[in-house]
Design a protein. Structure first.
Length: 277
């Protein structure tokens, strides 16, 4: 047994762990304590800074509700969500890359016919999204569910404006047939700020960072025998591509947008390549 000292702080704390502790939990906690203590030592954390940190985390917890998850937002803006996503979704070349899930997905969006329109509020620039769901060998994936969601032309998801936007605005699920094709009409998405009226927004302000995400369409693609794909396609040329507040942009996810139908409609083609489960 040894009492706590600055020099042996990590060993002292980690030695307290019970013998029967779950092996993975023990590994995770020991490593967390090691890095947390190293952080405080390296930075020479003051009492005042520790208190500010506790206060920040307290406010982060207090603003959380059924509709608001400020801790995930914190993880997002620290690049931590993207790091965990990268570690857990290392894919072979050619496979579509994952990106951050975000807080605005809603389970159970309506299953729609191919080609159907998901924009229900009549706002925004019409855009045809189409492509194929393929496996790594280029074969079409039948029975894939392509679950899509985006903000409206004002930069808000339907769930952020339940009294203003129609339910399921800019959302839908499409199930592929034998050709693996999907298509739907939505709007060309616009860039928007992540919720920045809480402690995470205040932190971004103090760090001289803006809260904007570049315009994107969200996709959750699932198919029997394939790994789940959580991704977006981004609008090329967006002002915020290089400074996404949550670090979600990847080169391979920037989709083409071209004008069709006498320039009245946009078209954004994109194929999704899935890997075996
Ligand atoms: C989103 O793209 O919907 C999103 C992702 C992370 C944080 C906030 C919003
Ligand atoms: Fe989004």
């Amino acid at each position: 047994m040894s009492y706590f000292t600055e020099a042996a702080s990590v060993q002292t704390v980690n030695a307290r762990m019970g013998e029967a502790t779950d092996a993975r939990l023990a590994e995770v906690m020991a490593c967390l304590v090691k890095h947390l203590h190293a952080f405080a030592k390296e930075i020479g954390l003051t009492q005042q800074e520790w208190e500010a940190g506790i206060d920040f985390l307290t406010r982060t917890g207090q603003i959380c509700s059924g509709e608001r998850q400020e801790f995930i937002l914190l993880s997002d803006v620290l690049g931590f969500s993207m790091l965990v996503d990268a570690i857990n979704n290392r894919r072979p070349t050619g496979a579509t890359e994952n990106t951050v899930f975000g807080p605005f997905h809603v389970e159970g969006a309506p299953i729609r016919e191919m080609g159907e329109c998901i924009s229900l509020d009549g706002k925004g620039e019409s855009c045809l999204f189409e492509g194929r769901v393929l496996d790594l060998d280029g074969n079409p994936v039948e029975g894939a569910t392509v679950d899509v969601w985006s903000d409206n032309a004002d930069g808000f998801y339907d769930v952020q404006q339940p009294d203003i936007q129609p339910k399921w605005n800019n959302r839908g699920r499409f199930v592929t047939g034998p050709d693996g094709r999907y298509s739907f009409v939505g709007i060309k998405p616009v860039s928007y700020p992540i919720p920045d009226d809480g402690p995470v927004g205040q932190m971004l302000g103090k760090l001289g960072r803006h809260p904007y995400r570049p315009a994107h369409m969200h996709y959750l693609v699932t198919a029997p025998g394939c790994q789940k794909l959580v991704t977006h396609t981004f609008v090329g040329g967006d002002t915020y591509l290089g400074s996404d507040a949550v670090f979600g942009v990847k080169d391979s996810l920037i989709a083409p947008y071209e004008r069709i139908d006498g320039d009245t409609v946009w078209r954004s083609p994109f194929d999704f390549i899935l890997v075996p489960a």
